[in-house]
Design a protein around this ligand. Structure first.
Ligand code: GAL
Length: 819
C-alpha cells in the first residue's frame, strides 16, 4: 500500500490544485537543505460501497455488500434521484429525495502504521453521520456542514488483515432545510497517518499583529499532541515560505511534552517587505511546521498565511491594507448545480472565475460552513469571505432543522468552524447567523453574547457579525445584545440613508441585498415596468405560465429590490462597507415564490448552469476594470413587434444603436443611470451598438437574427483534462444557424455520448422549472444553450463528446486531450 502512495514535494499552490480532489498525497517538506520524513495524507474517496436504506449489520465484517454499488466519493444521492412533488423535502430542497443511506469500505493499512496515529477526516457528511471502524462506534455528527475527524489507531488491523469502515447517513427527517442540502458523504475524505508526536487537528493559529509594506510580525501558535506513553523532548521548527516557496523567516525551539497530553507553543517571527494579500494580488505565503525528535523529522504541517490588514469604519466603510475598498460581494449556497452537493474543486474554480470576471471581490458563504477547498480557492483567487455558521439557533425555521441539535452541538460546531478556517487570509468576518428567529425575542440577547464570546475565545482578529432583519432594527434583540462588531442588514436598502444617524458609530454592511428574479434568455415587454413578485406574503401565483421571469432587471421579490436600485444606493453610501447580492449564482431549491415545478432559484446573477444572465454585465460595467458594452435581448422577434433594447456600458460617453445600418440614435446614461434603452420596431437583420469616447469608437457589438437552427456548437472550458478521476471539463452546447448565430428560442433535445477517458457526470440548461434529471445522458437546450459536464474516469485516454439531436441538426463532437 505504501508503495501506492505518491510522494511529492509540492508548493502550497500545487497542493491547492490537488487537495480538493484529494489525490493520494504524501507531503515531504524541505526543511533547511534536507528532506525529512512526514505525515501521510491519503485520498480515501475511492472504492466505497453504498446502498440506500438502513443496514445496521453493515458494521460487521461478514456483512455481504454484493448488491451494493461501488462508487467514488464525494457523493450525493439526492441529485441522482427523480424530482417528485410529493418528496418530503418539498420545494425548498428541490423536490429531490432524501432518506437514509450506508457507505462501507474495506481497506488495509501498512504494518508499520502500528506505531502511528491514524485518523479519518471527513470534510462534510449530510447529515447525522455515524461512523464505525471494525464494529466500534467512533461517533455521531448531526451537523451536515461541519468537518470532523476520528482517530482509528486503537481499532485498526495493521498489515494484511482487512478493516471495515461503515458510515450511516440519516437525512430522513424532512423537511430540514430552506435550501437544497444534498445527502451523503458529499465532501472529501482523507486518511491521515502521523507520528504519535504531531501537530493536533487544526492545531495551528496564525495572526499578523503588525503588517505594513516594510515589515510584518507573525504570531504563531502550535498545539502539539503526544499520543505516546512516554514524555518527549522535541525541536519545533516554524518556517515561513514566500510565494516562490523561499524561506523568509524561521524559528526553532527545543520543547518538552508529557505522555498522552498536548501543549500549546508560540513562535513570533518577522518578515521584511511582505507582499500583501489583496483581492487583485492574493499573495499567499505558507508556514511549514516541522517537529524533530532526536534530529529526525517526525511531523510536518502546513498553514496558509496572507499579510493583510483591514478596517471597518462607521463613516468610511471598509478598507483593505489601508485602501478604501467596497465589498462587492455575492451570497452563494454550497451546491454545484447539476453535480448537486458533490464538492469538486474544479466546479468551484469555475464558479469563482465567472464571478471574478464580473468584478465581484467577496463571497458570503450562506448560511453554513462551506468546504475547505472553497476557503482555499478564496485565498488563492482573492475573495473577501464572510464565513457563516448558522441559519437557525434554538428556534426552528422548518420542522426538522438544526434547532433540534442546537443544545447539544452548537458550541462544538461553532468552535470547529472557527478552528478550521481561522488561518485563511480570505476570511475577514465571522457571521454567527442569518435572519435568526431569536432576533425577535429577548432570548436572542443571551445567545448572541454566548456565540460572540465563543468566537472571540478562538479569534479576536475578525469582527463578529450577523445578518439581521426587522422592520424596526433598533428593536432587534441580536442587535440589542451589543455583542456584534459589525451590523449586517438584509434588504430594505431604502432605509440605509438614515443608518448613520440611527446607528451612530456602528459599522454597517448590507449582508444580503436584492433577491430579484430572472430567467436567462427570457424577455417580457415592456421592460421598463417594475414588478414586485410576489407583491406580498403568500400571494397567489400570477407569473408566466412557463414559470419564466423576464431577464430585464425589473422583477423583484417584495422583500427585495432590483439589482440597479440596490447598487445605486450602495455605491453612494460611503459608510456602507459593501453589499452581498442574493445570489451570485442560481442554486438548487428555494425557488420561492414560484410554485412547482420550479426547483431552483431565480435570484442568481448567473444561472444554475453557469451562464450569465444579462444583469451580470451591469455589475461588470460597474465593478470590474473591464471595458463593457452589452446589448440585449436577442434579435428573433415578430416583424413590427416593439422590442425594448437595453445596453450596459462603461468607459464611453455614449452608445449609438443601428438596425440594419440605420441609426436609432445615440444615448448616454444620465445622473445615476446604470443602463440606457431604446424602443425599437422589430425587423430581422443586424442590431449593432457602438460605444464611443471623445468621438472615438470604444467597442462594437452586433446581434444577428438567427436563421434556421442547423448546427450544434461545442466549446469546452479547457482543452485538456487530468486523468485523476476528479478533473472536470464543462462543455457549452449551443444550437446555432448555419452562420453560427445562437438560436435564442431553441429547446432541442441533445443526446450525449462520451468515449475514452471520461464520463458524463451532469447536464443542465439553467431553466428553473426543468424536471429532467441532471444525470441524464441528454439535455434540452434552453433558449439555445446547455452544458455537459465531463469527468475524468481515471483512464489515460483522450475523451470525445458527441452531441446529436436526431432532428436534422448536424451532430458535433469535441475532443479533450488527456494530460
Ligand atoms: C433571505 C434569506 C435567504 C433567502 C432569501 C431569498 O431573506 O436570508 O436565505 O431565503 O431571503 O430571497
Amino acid at each position: 500500500m505504501v508503495k501506492k502512495i505518491i510522494t511529492m514535494v509540492r508548493k502550497y499552490k500545487n497542493v491547492l490544485q490537488n487537495v480538493g480532489t484529494a489525490i493520494v498525497l504524501l507531503l515531504v517538506v524541505a526543511c533547511g537543505s534536507t528532506k525529512k520524513q512526514v505525515r501521510i495524507v491519503e485520498d480515501f474517496n475511492k472504492n466505497w460501497n453504498f446502498k440506500l436504506g438502513d443496514y445496521p449489520t453493515a458494521i460487521q465484517s461478514d456483512f455481504n455488500t454484493a448488491d451494493w454499488r461501488t462508487l467514488q466519493l464525494p457523493h450525493d444521492w439526492s441529485i441522482e434521484g427523480a424530482f417528485n412533488k410529493d418528496n418530503p423535502t418539498k420545494q425548498a430542497q428541490a423536490f429531490l429525495p432524501a432518506g437514509m443511506g450506508w457507505y462501507r469500505k474495506t481497506f488495509t493499512v501498512p504494518a508499520d502504521w502500528a506505531t502511528k496515529t491514524v485518523s479519518i477526516e471527513f470534510d462534510g457528511v449530510f447529515k447525522n453521520s455515524e461512523v464505525w471502524i471494525n464494529g466500534h462506534l467512533l461517533g455521531k455528527r448531526p451537523n451536515g456542514y461541519i468537518s470532523f475527524a476520528y482517530e482509528l489507531s486503537q481499532y485498526l488491523h495493521f498489515g494484511k488483515q482487512e478493516n471495515i469502515i461503515a458510515v450511516k447517513v440519516d437525512n430522513d427527517a424532512q423537511p430540514n432545510s430552506r435550501w437544497y442540502t444534498g445527502s451523503g458523504i458529499y465532501r472529501n475524505v482523507r486518511l491521515v497517518a502521523s507520528d504519535k508526536l504531531h501537530v493536533a487537528q487544526w492545531g495551528t493559529y496564525v495572526t499578523t499583529p503588525e503588517v505594513s509594506k516594510a515589515k510584518a510580525s507573525v504570531h504563531f501558535e502550535v498545539t502539539v499532541e503526544n499520543k505516546s506513553d512516554v514524555a518527549k523532548e522535541f525541536q519545533l521548527v516554524t518556517s515561513i515560505l514566500d510565494t516562490n516557496n523561499k524561506e523568509v523567516a524561521n524559528s526553532k525551539t527545543i520543547e518538552k511534552i508529557g505522555a498522552n497530553t498536548n501543549v500549546k507553543k508560540v513562535h513570533n517571527l518577522n518578515v521584511n517587505k511582505p507582499k500583501l494579500w489583496d483581492t487583485e494580488n492574493p499573495n499567499l505565503y505558507k508556514i511549514v511546521t516541522t517537529i524533530y525528535e532526536n534530529s529526525k523529522a517526525v511531523d510536518n504541517y502546513e498553514t496558509p498565511l496572507g499579510f493583510r490588514f483591514f478596517n471597518f469604519d462607521a463613516e468610511n466603510g471598509f478598507s483593505l491594507n489601508g485602501v478604501p475598498t467596497k465589498i462587492l460581494g455575492v451570497c452563494l449556497h454550497h451546491d454545484n448545480g447539476a453535480l448537486g452537493a458533490v464538492e469538486n474543486i474544479h466546479a468551484l474554480k469555475r464558479k469563482l472565475t465567472i464571478l471574478k470576471e464580473m468584478g465581484a471581490n467577496a463571497i458570503r458563504m450562506s448560511h453554513n460552513p462551506h468546504s475547505l477547498e472553497m476557503m482555499q480557492l478564496c485565498d488563492e483567487m482573492g475573495f473577501i469571505v464572510q464565513a457563516e455558521a448558522f441559519d437557525v439557533w434554538k428556534k426552528k425555521k422548518v420542522a426538522n432543522d438544526y434547532s433540534k441539535d442546537w443544545d447539544v452541538w452548537h458550541k462544538q460546531d461553532l468552535e470547529d468552524f472557527i478552528k478550521r478556517d481561522r488561518n485563511h487570509p480570505s476570511v475577514i468576518m465571522w457571521s454567527i447567523g442569518n435572519e435568526i428567529r431569536e432576533q425577535f425575542d429577548s432570548t436572542g440577547i443571551a445567545i448572541t453574547r454566548e456565540l460572540a464570546q465563543i468566537v472571540k475565545s478562538l479569534d479576536k482578529t475578525r469582527p463578529v457579525t450577523s445578518a439581521l432583519t426587522e422592520n424596526v432594527i433598533e428593536k432587534n434583540f441580536i442587535y440589542q445584545s451589543g455583542a456584534l462588531d459589525l451590523l449586517g442588514f438584509n434588504y430594505k436598502h431604502e432605509d440605509y440613508k438614515d443608518f448613520p444617524v440611527r446607528f451612530k458609530g456602528q459599522k454597517i454592511l448590507a449582508s444580503e441585498s436584492v433577491s430579484a428574479l430572472e430567467t436567462r434568455g427570457h424577455y417580457d415587454f415592456p421592460a421598463d415596468v417594475n414588478k414586485m413578485w410576489p407583491p406580498k406574503y403568500n400571494a397567489p401565483f400570477d407569473g408566466n405560465k412557463d414559470w419564466t421571469v423576464s431577464a430585464f432587471d425589473n422583477v423583484a421579490s417584495y422583500w427585495g429590490t432590483t439589482h440597479e436600485a440596490n447598487w445605486k444606493t450602495i455605491k453612494k453610501q460611503d459608510f456602507m462597507a459593501g453589499t452581498f447580492i442574493w445570489t451570485g449564482i442560481d442554486y438548487l431549491g428555494e425557488p420561492d415564490p414560484y410554485p412547482y415545478p420550479a426547483r431552483s432559484s431565480y435570484f442568481g446573477i448567473v444561472d444554475l448552469a453557469g451562464f450569465p444572465k444579462d444583469v451580470y454585465y451591469m455589475y461588470q460595467s460597474e465593478w470590474s476594470k473591464k471595458t463593457v458594452l452589452h446589448i440585449f435581448p436577442h434579435w428573433n422577434w415578430t416583424a413590427g413587434q416593439e422590442v425594448d433594447v437595453w445596453a450596459y456600458y462603461n468607459n464611453a460617453d455614449e452608445v449609438e444603436l443601428f438596425l440594419n445600418g440605420n441609426s436609432l440614435g445615440k444615448k448616454a446614461k444620465q445622473n445615476d443611470d446604470l443602463h440606457i434603452s431604446w424602443r425599437v420596431k422589430f425587423e430581422p437583420g443586424i442590431l449593432k451598438a457602438i460605444s464611443r469616447k471623445d468621438g472615438k469608437v470604444v467597442l462594437e457589438k452586433e446581434i444577428h437574427t438567427a436563421g434556421t437552427a442547423s448546427k450544434i456548437a461545442l466549446v469546452g472550458d479547457k482543452q485538456t483534462i487530468k486523468n485523476d478521476s476528479y478533473d472536470l471539463v464543462y462543455v457549452t452546447v449551443s444550437i446555432t444557424d448555419k452562420d453560427g448565430n445562437l438560436s435564442p428560442n431553441s429547446n432541442d433535445l441533445i443526446n450525449f455520448e462520451v468515449s475514452g477517458g471520461g464520463k458524463l457526470v451532469g447536464v443542465d440548461n439553467g431553466y428553473q422549472a426543468g424536471l429532467d434529471s441532471f444525470k441524464a445522458s441528454f439535455c434540452k437546450v434552453y433558449n439555445g444553450k446547455c452544458i455537459a459536464i465531463i469527468q475524468s474516469n481515471g483512464k489515460k485516454e483522450n475523451i470525445q463528446l458527441k452531441a446529436s439531436t436526431g432532428n436534422g441538426i448536424s451532430s458535433a463532437t469535441i475532443d479533450v486531450k488527456v494530460e
